[in-house]
Design a protein around this ligand. Structure first.
Ligand code: G1P
Ligand code: ZN
Length: 543
């Protein structure tokens, strides 16, 4: 097999964001663009002899083409084997599971998560390390540095591999093993949860609806929920992964998963609704006419973890990203276990899980997971909820309300202003940082500012420091406003505003979050000059 060395020049925009390199498809279709980044990964991770790589993606447009290129580059860069999901498909948590199960030298995941797909949509690529988790900040930086110096890449002259059937193919000295994308993951789920109890729940007439949003979780949900747990086939909707996600925005929230939302808020609503995103790592949990915020979901899973066989032995600790509500902290306190506050992005949880410091992790952005893999995991969260529902035999809403009664309610909402001009977004952030001194101690109605800062984090395992992780305005009564700019968008800037207040009074738990947070929302608009600077009078998405 001939291996070609191709001369190239750097693109200077290959800096990975919160989760890998994401660009519009046409950017990735430029000659050498994908190859440069893949070679930068291989140059950074130094491939040991006999190494295996995992490869797969969320099935979005360009997934197949990129898979073939990466296989040929893996062969040219000394890999002995690549485990690739049939059809080029692997959900992000399944990729993490397979890396761990087969102890591979990491894996490459092709995904832009919840961003729209199609010829004009987004594409993305990221490297996950040997622990199955997203590359650390240090490795990510090194890949970026390599991409700015690259002069050549290596690629094998080989025929495309038939990706649709499982089996082994030779590519020079390398073996391409096309594997079932679902099997290992489904087995792992079966080892963690009480499938008998869930099966009995479903048999007893408990109705569920899972929306795969035309994205990667369709085959996973069918195998697990329908084939293994016995749910009726129509319990899974939009179950065929499409390259453009059916023209939708595969982000499981109240705005983008409206088809499911209409069903669970409509007549004859099922008892439980859930959705997952493009690559299967996010989840949204709904009851009959009831929405569970992701922050509450993390706290409730933690408080009820002993219902699931895989977590019977207790939790080592919990970690949540800084903007995620403090509901989980209350549960951790009651359990007498630590709760860590990390910057946004799953990569910060890896060290804590590897060191055995935490079992559960979560983010407000519809991400929940545990140390069973090193990614957040959408279907895992769905199964955890089903396991809790099977054990407690109560409705979703009752479980949440009882939780609030016991721990108090952390009222929470996130307001996103998407696609605003970068200068305006930076201007808002600068204004806020410049106002720290005058904001400290300031009184807004009954709320007084206790502290403002730009969040920074020192990793307790490796001591690395991450600065500039979001502006926090903390109030004396525990309320919080957090401002940060998204690191996953590909167009303009997205400003995220996270709002939280604590409500111990049960008689006020019925309030709508926007209503309960109205004072904080007012303060946000005032101190950020948002409307004036961005010309927007309302958020694009409220979650
Ligand atoms: C967003 C979420 C963040 C999540 C990331 C990847 O990043 O806010 O919690 O880890 O997507 O799914 P952001 O766009 O805010 O940088
Ligand atoms: Zn995702």
């Amino acid at each position: 097999m001939n291996i070609r060395t191709v001369a190239t020049t750097p693109f200077n925009d290959q800096k990975p964001g919160t989760s890998g390199l994401r660009k519009r498809v046409p950017a990735f279709q430029q000659p050498h663009y994908l190859e440069n980044f893949v070679q930068s990964i291989f140059d950074t991770i130094t491939v040991p002899p006999n190494a295996t790589l995992v490869l797969g993606g969320d099935g979005r447009y360009y997934n197949r083409e990129a898979t073939q290129v990466i296989l040929k580059m893996a062969a040219a860069n000394g890999f002995r084997r690549v485990l690739v999901g049939a059809g080029g498909i692997l959900s992000t948590p399944a990729a993490s599971c397979i890396i761990r199960k087969y102890k591979t030298h990491g894996g490459i995941i092709l995904s832009a998560s919840h961003n729209p797909g199609g010829p004009d949509g987004d594409f993305g690529i990221k490297y996950n390390g040997t622990n199955g988790g997203p590359a650390t900040e240090t490795v990510t930086e090194a890949i970026y540095t390599a991409s700015k110096k690259i002069t050549q890449y290596r690629i094998a002259d080989a025929a495309d591999v038939a990706l649709d059937r499982t089996g082994d193919h030779k590519m020079g000295d390398m073996t391409v093993s096309v594997i079932d994308p679902v099997e290992a993951y489904a087995e792992l789920m079966e080892s963690l949860f009480d499938f008998d109890a869930i099966r009995a729940l479903l048999k007893g007439g408990f109705r569920i609806k899972f929306d795969a949003m035309h994205a990667v979780t369709g085959p996973y949900a069918r195998e697990i929920l329908v084939n293994r747990l016995g749910a009726p086939a129509d319990s899974v909707m939009n179950a065929v992964p499409l390259p453009d996600f059916g023209g939708g925005h595969p982000d499981p929230n109240l705005t983008y998963a409206h088809e499911l939302v209409e069903i669970v808020y409509g007549k004859h609503a099922p008892d439980f609704g859930a959705a997952s995103d493009g690559d299967g790592d996010r989840n949204m949990i709904l009851g009959k006419g009831f929405f569970v915020t992701p922050s509450d979901s993390l706290a409730i899973i933690a408080a009820n973890a002993q219902c699931a066989p895989g977590y019977k032995q207790g939790l080592a600790g919990i970690a949540r990203s800084m903007p995620t509500s403090e509901a989980a902290d209350r549960v951790a306190k009651a359990l007498g276990i630590p709760c860590y506050e990390t910057p946004t992005g799953w990569k910060f949880f890896g060290n804590l899980m590897d060191a055995g410091k935490v079992t559960l992790c979560g983010e407000e952005s519809f991400g929940t997971g545990s140390d069973h893999v090193r990614e957040k995991d959408g279907l895992w969260a769905v199964l955890f909820w089903l396991n809790i529902l099977a054990a407690r035999k109560q409705s979703v809403e009752t479980i949440v309300r009882e939780h609030w009664t016991k721990y108090g309610r952390n009222v929470y909402s996130r307001h996103d202003y998407e696609g605003i001009p970068v200068d305006a977004a930076n201007g808002v952030m600068k204004l806020l940082k410049d106002s720290f001194a005058s904001l400290k101690g300031a009184q807004f109605g009954h709320l007084q500012v206790k502290l403002c800062d730009d969040f920074s984090y020192t990793d307790p395992v490796d001591g690395s420091v991450s600065t500039g992780q979001g502006v926090r305005i903390l109030f004396v009564d525990g309320s919080r406003i957090v401002f940060r700019l998204s690191g996953t968008g590909t167009e303009g800037a997205t400003l995220r505003i996270y709002l939280e207040s604590f409500e111990p009074d049960v008689s006020r738990h019925h309030l709508d979050a926007q209503e309960a947070l109205a004072t904080l929302i007012g303060i946000t608009l005032q101190i950020s000059e948002l409307r004036k600077r961005t010309g927007r009078d309302k958020p694009t998405v409220i979650t």
